[in-house]
Design a protein around this ligand. Structure first.
Ligand SMILES: C[S@@+](CC[C@H](N)C(=O)[O-])C[C@H]1O[C@@H](n2cnc3c(N)ncnc32)[C@H](O)[C@@H]1O
Length: 726
């Protein structure tokens, strides 16, 4: 197949990898959720989705276009407020992240609780209050501004992913969400399940924010997995088989009430780019302005307006004028206003944004009736060797009860193929030919799969893959036949579209929305704190065993199976300083200049990035005598403001070191940054050097039980391992 490939300069990355790239009242109520269609089926389920600045970045506008904001101001944090019964993930010694406390609030005696425990369930999956937006996430407990959402997520990089017409392409966040994930690959986006995929977006009501700023200390749980993962080289067959971004954190932007839907911001541009599908979506400031107009209008008409039906002609006419003035000023402002004058009192009272999603604060009874509990599991350190992180029960769960429910995104295997440019066509190898932007012929080798494959579920004989994205569900590991304590099934939750199982393969591939769902069911009584383990299937297991047996560490040695400690950051096993070490200013107070690095180089995978603010226009006055823009370093280290840099010089002034560096997005957009403090210089791994980019790393989807995959979806003899996968 001839494919047109974007032309990438070889020196930039050398290798271009292209393409394919989430009060039960009683236990009885819970049981109902499991088995009965408690709510009407919504045939219009589909998920409006994220990509934030990804397309803008792809279009050469970098990440700056998306308003995905950083952590909001620090708010009051009252972690000891037991009445809220929320888990606290900063509890370092507790694999359930402090969720023990949740369970203690639950049933006396600690016996198996049911799936949707009314006392303790804090987070629900339920139909969104935004029309035609499918399902959403709700909290059953209040949060205060600035608090951390208690379920950290995984971030999975999609690198050089170019299947933009696929459903999956609606979901990624810009890779700066993962901070230095921004520099991991030539063009990276990231998939973040849980709040990152399941929560809908309302620009006037968004109440959850992801952390967009760099943190220079280790996370309190002892890992530094979010950004500075040092995921480079290890004597471990688990190398590169899991995402090293395991601590993607979300924070409460504004006080949230119990029962409120959790909204994130996909960014204004995301909605603008989808206007044909979603209509005119107001931004935050349009709702603020609409509130002002509604307040003034209401004042003019007193309270008489409220129940005045039909409304008097004068008021109708006046409101028509208000609407048409608003339209003339800004069609988004008009869209933020109610169409009917009779709705003005209610909209003025609750605010235009809330009026637009009136059901966004649900009763706890409604949630118990219509929701599915999402907080029965939380991430922790896996008990299994080489498995990275795992999912742990936050409360006891009885045999046969649902542990969690998750929507799944349908993909095709080929969406996750990795390609590499080769010099010429090699006989016998799977190579795609095409031309680049300049019309030059290029050849690409199919070299393996994206890391996302390891988080997808499927069958070796089917080209369909299913990616589950409820909170923490991606962390569930394989326990083998004997140790597994959970199993996967098509969901009995009423919003699972079971009729899709009769669809043909082609129909499944053509669908641009989600509808299928999995339930994860306890196959025996589970204690809180236990790791949830599935049986990934014979094929996965055999592949893994083969991989471990044949695996050689990067230095050529055989696998070290004497050390089975669970671990994430493995560079230390080579005795080299890690990226985290280098980022400890106390430990490494001085950054070596270019000249010093000639004598005393940093390890080859290490590079420096600097925090600075490039001016929009590089005007003459900001140019140096060498024609370069002069930039200023930034005190707030937003991911957006960090660029690769080369340290040119260091000067001590007043007992403090100041650095000058050349840096920028690309060679032709280089900036001179002078007088930066040490803290403005950050160490990170060079592009494509983290473990997940290594060759021969384990790539295999989780196996679905045979009976789950309809025979008419089995279109392959065997899909196993491509050239680069092990
Ligand atoms: C769905 S992910 C599970 C979460 C993963 N442990 C993590 O830290 O992100 C599947 C991957 O986890 C690892 N894994 C799961 N079970 C394992 C096991 N029993 N032994 C070794 N690795 C395992 C493999 O790398 C697999 O590809």
């Amino acid at each position: 197949m001839a494919v047109i490939k974007p032309r990438i300069r070889r020196h930039h990355i050398h290798v271009l990898i292209v393409i394919c790239l989430l009060r039960r009242r009683r236990n009885e109520a819970a049981a109902r959720h499991c088995a009965v269609a408690a709510a009407p089926r919504d045939d219009r389920i589909f998920f409006t989705r994220h990509d934030r600045g990804a397309y803008l970045a792809a279009a050469g506008r970098g990440d700056d276009g998306a308003r995905t904001g950083g952590r909001s101001d620090e708010g009051d944090d009252d972690p000891d407020d037991a009445s809220r019964r929320r888990p606290d993930v900063d509890d370092a010694d507790d694999p359930t992240g402090g969720c023990r406390r949740v369970a203690e609030g639950g049933r006396p005696g600690g016996g198996p609780s049911s799936y949707d425990d009314p006392v303790t369930c804090t987070t629900y999956l339920a139909p969104s209050s935004i029309p035609n937006s499918g399902l959403g996430m709700y909290t059953a407990v209040p949060y205060k501004r600035g608090e951390g959402f208690p379920y950290p997520e995984i971030g999975i990089m999609l690198n050089d992913f170019s299947s933009k017409d696929k459903l999956i392409a609606e979901y990624p966040w810009r890779s700066s969400l993962l901070s230095l994930g921004k520099h991991e690959a030539f063009y990276g986006e990231c998939i973040v399940p849980g709040l990152g995929m399941l929560a809908n977006s309302h620009l006037g009501l968004w109440n959850v924010n992801h952390l967009d700023e760099y943190e220079f200390q280790r996370w309190r749980d002892g890992t530094d997995a979010r950004s500075f993962t040092d995921a480079t080289t290890t004597k471990d067959p688990g190398r590169g088989a899991q995402s090293h971004h395991t601590n993607v954190r979300f924070f409460i932007k504004d006080d949230v009430r119990a029962g409120e839907e959790l909204f994130v911001s996909y960014g204004e541009e995301w909605f603008e780019a989808r206007e044909d599908k979603l209509g005119i979506v107001p931004h935050d400031d349009h709702y603020v302005e609409a509130d002002e107009l509604l307040r003034e209008f209401s004042l003019g008409h007193g309270r008489a307006a409220a129940d005045d039906d039909p409304p008097d002609d004068g008021r109708v006419a006046e409101y028509e004028i208000l609407l048409s003035d608003a339209l003339e000023k800004d069609r988004r402002l008009r869209a933020a206003l109610p169409d009917d004058v009779r709705d003005v009192p209610a909209a003025a009272e609750m605010g235009a944004a809330r009026f637009s999603a009136r059901d966004s604060i649900r009763s706890l009874d409604w949630l118990a009736e219509n929701g599915a509990c999402l907080d029965n599991i939380v991430v922790g350190t896996s008990t299994l060797p080489q498995a990275g992180r795992g999912a742990f029960a936050t409360r006891s769960i009885g045999k046969g009860m649902r542990i969690t429910t998750t929507p799944v995104l349908t993909l095709e295997r080929e969406d996750l193929y990795l390609w590499e440019i080769v010099d010429e066509r090699t006989e016998g190898e799977e190579v795609e030919g095409g031309t680049d932007d300049a019309g030059e012929e290029i050849f690409e080798d199919l070299v393996g799969h994206q890391l996302l494959l390891n988080y997808c579920y499927g069958h070796v004989n089917s080209s369909l893959l299913f990616y589950p994205y409820a909170p923490s569900v991606n962390f569930i590991n394989h326990g083998g036949v004997r140790e597994s304590n959970a199993e996967i099934r098509w969901s009995t939750y009423p919003y699972h579209k079971s009729d899709w199982l009769d669809s043909t393969l082609e129909e499944m591939k053509d669908r641009k929305r989600t509808g299928l769902m999995f339930d994860i069911i306890a196959t025996r009584d589970l204690r809180r704190g236990e790791e949830i383990l599935l049986y990934y299937g014979k094929d996965w297991e055999e592949s893994w065993i083969r991989h471990v047996k044949g695996w050689m560490d990067p230095e050529g040695g055989l696998v070290d199976d004497t050390d089975d400690r669970p671990r994430f950051n493995m560079t230390d096993r080579l005795g080299l300083p890690t990226i985290t070490d280098f980022n400890m200013v106390e430990k490494y107070p001085i950054v070596r200049t270019m000249e010093e690095q000639m004598e005393d180089p940093y390890p080859p995978h290490v590079m420096t990035v600097c925090c600075f603010d490039p001016p929009e226009d590089c005007v003459a006055s900001t140019k140096t005598s060498h024609g370069r823009c002069r930039s200023r370093w930034k005190k707030t280290y937003k991911a957006l403001l960090v660029f690769p840099c080369t340290i040119m010089s260091r000067q001590s002034i007043g007992g403090m070191d100041w650095y000058s560096a050349l840096g920028g997005e690309s060679e032709d957009k280089t900036h001179l940054v002078e007088y930066m403090p040490r803290t403005a210089v950050i160490f990170t791994d060079r592009p494509y050097t983290k473990d997940q980019y290594a060759r021969g790393v384990f790539r295999h989807e989780v196996g679905l039980p045979d009976g789950m995959v309809p025979p008419h979806w089995m279109d392959l003899n065997d899909s196993r391992t491509l050239n680069g996968d092990s």
